[in-house]
Ligand binder design. Structure first.
Ligand code: XCC
Ligand code: SF4
Length: 681
């Protein structure tokens, strides 16, 4: 070892000793497992976050490696931050703003590609099911099929010989919807048809600005072209392409994924379950499904319930099979089957460290390569299933999933897990923490819940916003980020919002964080909400935080916002609503695509932790301020979670004022002391 290396090691050891698990997460179950990892000497992301600091120039968004003459690195200088002239240039002359805009655009492209490729897979399976090429999948929700068919230009009725209107055969409709849906990806001209679902003024604005995506894939490819060296070198023009691509994600690929999944697997309605590592059972075969696509996991849910599988598990000495999930695959099967949540993004390694996971089955997205290394320290089998996503580290098994043999594949996987049960080596330690939850709030379910079966409508929600009981709507979503305390941003932001009577719609890893903190129960309303929101939740019987699903289900939030606009009384467009978006602990490129389709749909959207923009002040100003004049929504970044929530509330109040409904409630912020006074009274 060189002297340098010795020094590094010493620093590393010191850092490890200083950092307490309680400083890394607010979740007691996770803290327990972090400590256990330290005890066993199993390295996790929490350790590496201490020993490896992020690159200071990349963090500013101003490192360009788009050609081999670079990387050209343009950190912010004192002169520029002091208002002086910005003379920074890459070799080709690209300015810091061009570089940051190109980097941002590539994040949008990757994020939109991830969501949309997921959507494409769903559309392909949907079509196979509609054509009856597979018997494992069936068209289940025909009501939703008939509802969405017209959006794809598919007739649901036909004229009979006698001129009378007849209902069309449902299978024919399904095939046509499948074909039209799949065509949205490769379409070269025209418009992605689902954009028409937006409120009319929004659609018209997009049309006027020329940002309606022609085809989902085309806009993503065009970002890659434009950001190649020497093509698009104007940040405004680059951002316009980001808008096409992101809208093609939120109102296209993601929305179609959600719709077709609902039709194949059933539209979610409220369902009870539980969340956190405590859902694992020491005496059961534990199978965790992790990733994003419900296609395979739906089959695994069924396979794990087969009497033959349960019998096999007993033969191997277990009491049965416990299925649970991590990340958005978890959200998908929770929403439709009530399968419990084992944890969110930063808990994937920790789940394995319990020693109780017999198989972790992964599909695509947000699967850390290191789970393979952690699994090597235990008996856990990591099973990759998607040809797009394999792992070189550690020892993993690949059982490829094919929609034509889906159920057989799923049975194979469940069997591997069961056979692995007797191989447990280390002591099993499962933190005894799990929280009850209610999930399953599709926008259809919200409609039904608020209005009742016979007059399903968003009008009661609007009434309560207008009369001020509900101050506004917060869409809080997104990842975990190892650069910030696990779940702290999520829970602080959400609690601050509901305390101030802002109802929260959630998806993704925020939803899982809220579940773990007990915020997804109707009972949590009277503990955490301001009096207005508490009253509404109590009357209607809903939690103050509504779990709407996975990352692609952010499209449900767009549809809910559209329904609120349609219900009337709160303006004509999404940008008129007293609403704001947030991703307190974002990290993935998908989050950037989501953020951008929220912003360009008219929503003020705040991201936590950091944004790769600080080295490019002109581009940053464009995103954080000027965009509001164009789209009515804009980006912002606020790492402090309380301030983060307050910025959202300030925006909500600004919109209330513009609507003339600010008088309905006093514009005060409740803090904890006020709340206690109120409770005491
Ligand atoms: Fe992944 Fe969807 Fe982010 Fe969680 S929230 S870390 S993307 S699982 Ni969408
Ligand atoms: Fe440098 Fe320009 Fe090449 Fe980027 S594209 S690495 S700024 S020369």
């Amino acid at each position: 070892m060189t002297a340098e290396e010795v020094k590094d090691k010493a620093v590393e050891a010191k850092v490890k000793k200083i950092v307490k698990a309680q400083d890394l997460t607010i979740d007691p179950a996770s803290a327990m497992m972090i400590e256990r990892s330290q005890e066993l000497g199993v390295e996790t992301i929490f350790d590496r976050a201490q020993t490896m600091k992020p690159c200071n120039i990349g963090v500013q968004g101003t490192c360009c490696k788009n050609c081999s003459q670079g990387p050209c690195r343009l950190p912010l200088t004192k002169e520029v931050s002091g208002g002086g002239e910005d003379t920074r240039k890459g070799l080709c002359g690209a300015t810091a703003n061009t570089i940051a805009a190109r980097n941002f655009a590539r994040m949008v492209a990757a994020g939109a590609a991830a969501h949309s490729d997921h959507g494409r897979g769903v559309a392909e399976t949907f079509l196979a099911a509609a054509r009856k090429e597979t018997h494992d999948y069936k068209i289940q929700d025909t009501k939703k099929l008939l509802e969405i068919a017209p959006d794809f230009g598919v007739d649901i009725t036909m004229k009979g010989d006698d001129g009378k209107t007849l209902e069309r055969n449902i299978d024919e409709i399904a095939v046509e919807v499948g074909e039209k849906a799949l065509a949205q990806w490769g379409q070269q001209t025209g418009e992605v048809c689902t954009l028409k679902r937006a409120p009319k003024p929004r659609y018209e604005l997009w049309k006027k600005l020329g940002v309606i995506p022609r085809g989902i894939d085309r806009e993503i490819v065009e970002i890659m072209h434009r950001t190649h060296i020497g093509v698009d070198q104007h940040y405004e023009n680059i951002l316009e392409q980001c808008t096409r691509s992101a809208l093609g994600d939120g109102w296209g690929g993601s929305m179609i994924a959600t719709d077709l999944q609902d039709i194949l697997f059933g539209c979610p309605y409220p369902v009870k379950s539980s969340a956190n590592l405590g859902v694992l059972k020491a005496d059961h075969v534990n199978i965790i499904i992790h990733g994003h696509e419900p296609l395979l996991s739906e089959m695994i849910v069924t396979a794990a319930e087969l009497p033959e599988m349960i019998a096999l598990s007993k033969e191997k000495g277990a009491k049965g099979i416990q299925l649970s999930g991590i990340c958005c695959t978890a959200n998908e099967i929770l929403m439709r089957h009530g399968v419990p949540l084992a944890g969110n993004f930063l808990q994937q390694e920790l789940a394995i460290i319990t020693g109780a996971v017999d198989a972790m089955v992964v599909d695509v997205q947000c699967i850390m390569e290191n789970i393979a290394n952690v699994a090597d320290c235990f008996h856990t089998k990591v099973i990759t299933t998607n040809p797009r996503a394999r792992i070189a580290s550690g020892h993993t098994i690949h059982i490829e999933f094919d929609e034509h043999t889906a159920f057989e594949d799923a049975k194979k996987i469940v069997r591997v897990a069961i056979e692995n049960f007797p191989n447990r080596q280390k002591e099993v330690i499962i933190p005894r923490y799990s929280s009850d939850l209610v999930a399953g709030f599709s926008y259809e379910a919200i409609n039904y819940h608020l209005g009742g079966t016979f007059r399903a409508s968003y009008a009661p929600l609007n009434d309560n916003i207008i009369n001020g009981r509900i101050r506004g709507i917060g869409g809080v979503v997104g990842c975990n980020n190892a650069r910030t305390k696990h779940n702290d941003g999520h829970i602080t932001v959400v609690k601050e919002l509901i305390k101030n009577d802002v109802i929260v719609l959630t998806t993704g890893c925020n939803a899982i964080a809220c579940a773990e903190a007990g915020l997804l129960t109707p009972e949590s309303a009277k503990v955490h909400c301001g009096p207005g929101l508490a009253e509404v939740c109590e009357t209607v019987g809903i939690p103050p935080v509504l779990h709407m699903g996975s990352c692609v289900d952010n499209s449900r939030i767009l549809m809910a916002a559209t329904e609120v606009v349609k219900a009337g009384g709160l303006g004509n467009d999404i940008s008129d609503l007293p609403a704001a978006g947030s991703a307190p602990e974002w990290m993935s490129e998908k989050a950037i695509s989501i953020g951008h389709y929220f912003v360009t749909s008219g929503v003020y959207t705040v991201f936590g932790v950091t944004m790769p923009l600080s080295g490019a002040p002109v581009f940053e100003n464009y995103l954080y301020r000027e965009l509001e004049g164009i789209y009515g929504g804009m980006w912002d970044c606020e790492p402090d979670p309380v301030e983060h929530a307050r910025k959202m509330i300030a925006h909500i109040d600004k919109k209330r004022k513009a609507l003339g409904i600010d008088k309905a409630r006093e514009r005060v912020l409740m803090d904890m002391a006020d709340r206690q006074k109120l409770e005491a009274a």
